[in-house]
Design a protein around this ligand. Structure first.
Ligand code: FAD
Length: 382
């Protein structure tokens, strides 16, 4: 594997652009809807064949071993090309977590299958009545000989219907001292008998989420990750990886580029353009970028991924939403001035709607603020 980190950034970007542009067909680029892992499986395999599927992973596990500057450049190039999301639950969440908590056997078995896209993972955390209050989850796992038997339900499981594996949290102790205890982290093959995956049709008429039901599902004991009853620690670590990912510049950058293009095209005199708002959004964006570069570099250099990831998640998702609101309002004003609706407005509306769930997924903004108050600022509970 070439030492990409020693390549000048411009050269690295050009190389990425050339290779990646040749892989994905044009009708999958810049697509407004959520593209599922099955649709992109063959292209992911081409990326994997080149060794370019896991930019942040160490080379020894099949990653690119990129430093933070090159990771950001890589993500920005993919975003500019309009590449759909990869099978990120495995790449961004489970992989790094197994590197930290998995046994050697689990690492050897699962990590290559994530890289090759043979395993497409989904995340089984949320349940009815256990979203923000995740510790009240009830899916039960009871030990029977060399197996765990799972009964219960998950909900809002993104792309479960296009995945073949699920990592999940289950209650292994029904009456713990405190609710955060007695939860364990399991790896489950979705082909196991007793699992029913039922897609949920969303308001935008897409199948993105699922309900997943478990009826006496048998899971081998070696599929437990980390210590029994100590899954909460792992769950929190995984959410840290998720927040670092959701808090990455990828989506907010796409929106900011679009806002810049609109501002440049219509000129500062254009209806709906506010220099004040535009400047504030840029300042927020620059603050976020600086913080992201700092924090990811700290983590990449061995720093512990802590509650600070919540700051990034909050800044990224809220700036993303504020920028898409501005795009929508500018496009609407421009459309009215031009005397009708147009494709630009439709695209602006799509971008706006896409940004909406970002302040809910991976923990809501209110939950992030609670975490920041307690774990970063050490404020006393209200
Ligand atoms: C796009 C998307 C993808 C998702 N993918 C997955 C997935 O793959 N796997 C998975 O397990 N889950 C997934 N989820 C579920 C997500 O984790 C939950 O929606 C989220 O944690 C909120 O839980 P909830 O929906 O039950 O809302 P609730 O927890 O019921 O919250 C309702 C409202 O109350 C507020 N609230 C709750 N508690 C507090 C508090 N203590 N202080 C202040 N305000 C509070 C919340 O902020 C929110 O505004 C996804 C959600 C979205 C939107």
């Amino acid at each position: 594997m070439a030492d990409y980190n020693s390549m000048p950034e411009a050269e690295f970007r050009a190389m990425v652009r050339e290779f990646v542009t040749g892989i994905f067909p044009p009708d999958l680029l810049h697509v407004a809807r959520r593209v599922g892992p099955l649709e992109v499986a063959q292209y992911n395999r081409q990326m994997a064949g080149k060794g370019w599927i896991a930019p942040a992973w160490p080379v020894e596990y099949g990653g690119m071993g990129l430093d933070v500057a090159h990771q950001i450049a890589f993500a920005e190039e993919l975003s500019a090309i309009g590449v759909p999301r990869l099978h990120e639950m495995g790449l961004v969440m489970l992989g790094p977590l197994l590197m930290q908590f998995g046994t050697e056997k689990q690492k050897q078995y699962y990590l290559p299958k994530i890289v090759s896209a043979e395993h497409v993972w989904c995340q089984g955390y949320s349940e009815p009545n256990a979203g923000s209050d995740l510790a009240s989850l009830r899916l039960a796992a009871l030990r029977e000989g060399k197996e765990w038997v799972l009964n219960g339900q998950k909900i809002w499981t993104t792309m479960a219907h296009q995945s073949n594996m699920m990592f999940l949290l289950a209650r292994t102790d029904p009456s713990p001292r405190i609710r955060q205890e007695g939860i364990s982290f399991f790896l489950v093959d979705l082909a196991a008998p007793g699992i029913t995956v039922r897609p949920i049709r969303t308001l935008s008429d897409e199948l993105e989420f699922c309900e997943v039901f478990f009826d006496n599902v048998r899971v081998p004991i070696e599929n437990l990750v980390g210590e029994l009853h100590k899954g909460w620690t792992i769950a929190k670590a995984l959410l840290g990886h998720e927040r670092l990912f959701v808090g990455s510049p990828r989506y907010v950058k796409g929106a900011m580029d679009r806002l810049d293009a609109l501002a440049a095209a219509s000129g500062r005199e254009a209806p709906g353009f506010s220099p004040d708002r535009y400047t504030k959004l840029h300042l927020d964006y620059q603050d976020f970028l600086a913080l992201y570069a700092d924090y990811s570099s700290f983590v990449k250099n061995g720093g512990e991924l802590g509650a600070e990831a919540s700051i990034l998640k909050l800044l990224s998702s809220e700036t993303y939403q504020a920028v898409t609101e501005e795009i929508l309002s500018m496009s609407a004003e421009a459309g009215v001035a031009a005397g009708g609706d147009n494709a630009e407005q439709a695209e602006a509306a799509t971008m706006f709607f896409q940004s909406r769930p970002s302040t809910i997924a991976g923990g809501t903004s209110q939950v992030q603020r609670n975490i920041i108050a307690k774990a970063v600022l050490n404020l006393p509970s209200a």
